[in-house]
Design a protein around this ligand. Sequence first.
Ligand code: CMX
Length: 446
Amino acid sequence: MNEPKKTSLKLKLQEKIEAFRPRITKLNKEFGNVQIDTVNIGQAIGGARDVRCLVTDISYLDPQEGIRFRGKTIPETFAALPKVPGSDYPFVEGFWYFLLTGEVPTLAQTLEVVQDFRARSQVPQYVFDVLRAMPRDTHPMTMLSTAVLAMQRESKFAHRYAEGMKKNDYWDPMYEDSTDLVARLPVIAAYIYRMKYKGDIQIAPNPELDMGGNFAHMMGIARPYDDVARMYFILHSDHESGNVSAHTTHLVASALSDAYYSFSAGLNGLAGPLHGLANQEVLSWVQGVMKKMGGKLPSDEELEKFLWDTLNSGQVVPGYGHAVLRKTDPRYTSQMEFCQKYLPDYPMFKLVNAIYRVAPKVLTAHGKTKNPWPNVDAQSGVIQYYYGLTEYDFYTVLFGVGRALGVLANITWDRGLGYAIERPKSVTTEMLEKWALEGGRKPAAG
Ligand code: CMX
């Protein structure tokens, strides 16, 4: 890209930002623990870490144990749900039932959802037309988010709201929109993939298959990729509601925006490199190492140097660290177990394992991150790459299809319980500086 012109406005802005920065650093470093109401200055500046002001019963994230979906750990969830015949993994459709209700469905209840998804999975042609009008090198996350937003005219919630609807009924069309979206997302994702990377040769859905099986089929990837899809969608579904994609979806829906508006916004947050895009970044980092090593696996010492080079150049090590977790992400472990079973000798898996041996030590010595352990994104790309999905800018789309399950279940319940429009209070830096010097905000303050 061409270097943009530095206007006097831009130069002035740069000067102002640089002069302001030390004030924020000082507040953070010296007064981070000063209370201003129920939060402290560090939390107000630092992304509301640990502020308990969101409620969800769909999942809970314990810093040590990791995620529980409706009270069940990942292995418990996989064990409890009805399995697709001939497969090691459950129906995603049964998981949707479980997330929504908190009850493990019977096989018959699961198959009813499978039928329901099939009936809803038709994507309007204009959505594909919109995708086709975009430049082919547009990022696939932009395409996914655009497709979801384009479909907003289908919203039953928006339609019923315009007609006049009682608050206690809001959950019903929100559930309808959410289920329509979950059923259509795999079709849209596979369409984007094949349009962008596979010569635009599309594979029609197979109405006999479940969501995971059909996704693998439409992507054109043989078994056991159907199981990869099932595992991947379930693992990425929900991580309580404070993460960027879940919180954004919840926030936008709190204005009574429908599921299409809300989820499209959530996807835009997922597309950030500190969030879902990290899975693409991990693969890019790993490939970079392989390239520099001429395809040979690095020794632990060589790997240590690559990690330090990344940190010393001011970048983060993708796939490591977490805002809440303080140990290895069980979603990482679950995928590692899959790799151990299906691709134990794959060089890239060996490299990812070597990173797991070395990176926590390096990150601890670096001394910044509160959690030197891997998150979900550190492992996921390797599996995709192994099965031939080598176009790693597509990985966050897979995350997005899975994330829909959690965030859409959440906004259905949000409307069911009549949660309020979100509106936290902001203050100015000057106020923070005043309260910092006074040792905290006095109750009567403005
Ligand atoms: N590499 C280098 N530095 C890291 C780091 C990493 N993997 N993880 C955290 N840090 C740094 C932070 O950038 C921060 O530095 P500053 O004080 O200079 O801002 C410091 O350590 C403290 O951060 P933290 O409190 O431990 O972590 P945060 O809650 O601020 O951030 C996260 C969490 C995930 C954004 C961060 O760990 C990170 O950037 N990781 C790499 C990107 C990544 O893997 N993201 C995916 C997360 C899972 C997902 O949502 O998909």
